[in-house]
Design a protein. Structure first.
Length: 263
């Protein structure tokens, strides 16, 4: 039996989206949700095996998807991801700049190579993907960058990561100003601790037992860490016309973690 055509209904019906970091965690959940909502999705990621799984799942569910191996720190790779998307799907409407890495160290304990790597993936990657996407987003559209609660407040032993996510918040605002007139909105989603492989990496980098780390991370008004779907639904809002008057904004999705001190 032919798979149902899911591209004619939903809040992203007929749209084309690129999701960086779509092989895992928040990116994968968002790629699935975008596809469910009618978008054709390009998954741009360095992890070929997991990214292919994301793409195959979307196709098996009756939507269109493409994998383009992409290291977002490479100018050439970013250009290729956008070019391949246009070749395959003709348009680009939504770019989710989500690929990111964590590095938990203070300034004196940060090796220069680690500093450069975090800034390259988390910040330069947003710049490079956007550089090639913006000129082809001819129908207008939406760019969503993944910041972090730690783009808005500081955190301990996370200097390069905090610096990179603060830069993403400001880059978002600058892009929103430059491209509003061409019908392009640019916003930032700022997740709190979310249950993805990145969370386990954090615990490992800090030398903390993963269960202990998760329990500590759950101490927030909603009383749990985030799920990738929590963030994906916020990203869908920013991608869709439901947010047509929202640009340059930071949307915090953290179960109240940044809301303030509990008594
Ligand atoms: N999980 C959290 O607690 C949390 C909190 C705040 C912000 N974030 C941010 O959310 C985003 C997604 O993280 P996640 O938690 O889903 O992590 P994740 O590790 O599950 O996924 C990250 C993805 O990015 C990909 N990636 C890494 N380097 C890349 C590169 N150079 N080029 C292309 N792809 C690359 C990985 O292969 C992976 O698929 C990141 O920007 C992260 O900083 C996560």
């Amino acid at each position: 039996m032919a798979a149902p055509d899911r591209t004619s209904a939903g809040s992203l019906a007929g749209k084309v989206a690129v999701v960086t970091g779509g092989a895992s965690g928040i990116g994968r959940a968002t790629a699935f949700l975008f596809a469910e909502e009618g978008a054709a999705v390009t998954v741009a990621d360095v992890d070929a095996v997991q990214a292919q799984q994301t793409v195959q799942t979307i196709i098996d569910r009756g939507s269109r998807a493409l994998y383009v191996r992409t290291d977002v720190t490479s100018d050439e790779a970013c250009q290729n991801a956008i070019t391949r998307t246009i070749e395959e799907f003709s348009y680009l409407d939504v770019l989710f700049n989500n690929a990111g890495i964590i590095h938990r160290t203070s300034v004196p304990n940060t090796a220069e190579a680690d500093w450069d790597r975090v800034m390259a993936v988390n910040v330069k990657g947003v710049y490079l993907m956007s550089k090639y996407a913006i000129p082809v987003m001819a129908r207008g559209g939406s760019i969503i960058n993944t910041g972090s609660g730690w783009g808005l407040v500081g955190g301990h032993d996370a200097a390069p990561y905090c610096a990179s996510k603060g830069a993403v918040v400001q880059l978002t605002r600058a892009m929103a100003i430059d491209h509003g007139a061409q019908g392009l909105r640019v916003n930032c989603v700022c997740p709190g601790d979310t249950d993805t492989p990145l969370l386990a990496q954090e615990a490992e980098q800090l030398g903390i037992n993963e269960q202990t780390f998760r329990a500590q991370a759950a101490v927030r008004p909603i009383g749990r860490v985030g799920r990738p779907d929590d963030v994906a639904r916020a990203v869908l809002y920013l991608a869709s016309e439901a947010s047509e008057f929202v640009t340059g904004a930071t949307l915090v999705v953290d179960g109240g973690g940044l809301a303030g001190q509990a008594p």
